[in-house]
Design a protein around this ligand. Structure first.
Ligand code: CMP
Length: 141
């Protein structure tokens, strides 16, 4: 089933200048970028995005990190895009991520873990609408 998922290339990966490498990995895996923008998330925008984690002890650190520099926010479309992107990213903690995954290659810590990807169809709908509200996104497949 063709799905859409939201990916974020986080501030650590932008700083390391690996945006091109990460996008290449998406495309090679059959995940087509159909909307993309570089933006600096404000703290409140990061807090709204990660609202589901607002009770977690790491919420402040996470949202401070996510608003520490520019990110690239991308809608990816492809066959089983949500799971495909999660497989490509690897585990949240780069030390536990499968070798060759984006987080294993580019992540430094559980916070500076290079990329984000939606974890379910409901989350993907919320996250895509959060960054691309009211947009009639065209299919890239
Ligand atoms: P992400 O996939 O963007 O979704 C939530 C983020 O919270 C996750 O990646 C991690 O970067 C971050 N996170 C999860 N657990 C911790 C933790 N224990 N300490 C700091 N950040 C965390």
């Amino acid at each position: 089933m063709v799905e859409r998922t939201l990916a974020i290339i986080k501030p650590d990966a932008v700083k390391k200048q690996v945006v091109g490498d990460v996008i290449q990995r998406y495309e090679t895996a059959g995940l087509h970028p159909i909307a993309m923008k570089m933006m600096s998330l404000s703290k409140p925008i990061a807090e709204g995005f990660y609202a589901v984690h607002s009770e977690r002890p790491f919420f402040h650190e996470l949202t401070a990190f996510m608003s520490s520099g520019p990110s690239v926010v991308i809608v990816l479309e492809g066959e089983n895009a949500i799971q495909a992107n999660r497989d490509l990213m690897g585990a949240t903690d780069p030390q536990k991520a499968e070798p060759g995954t984006i987080r294993a290659v580019h992540g430094a810590s559980i916070e500076a873990n290079a990329v984000h990807g939606s974890d379910s169809p409901e989350t993907a709908r919320f996250e895509i609408g959060y960054f691309f509200p009211g947009m009639d996104l065209q299919s890239g497949c």
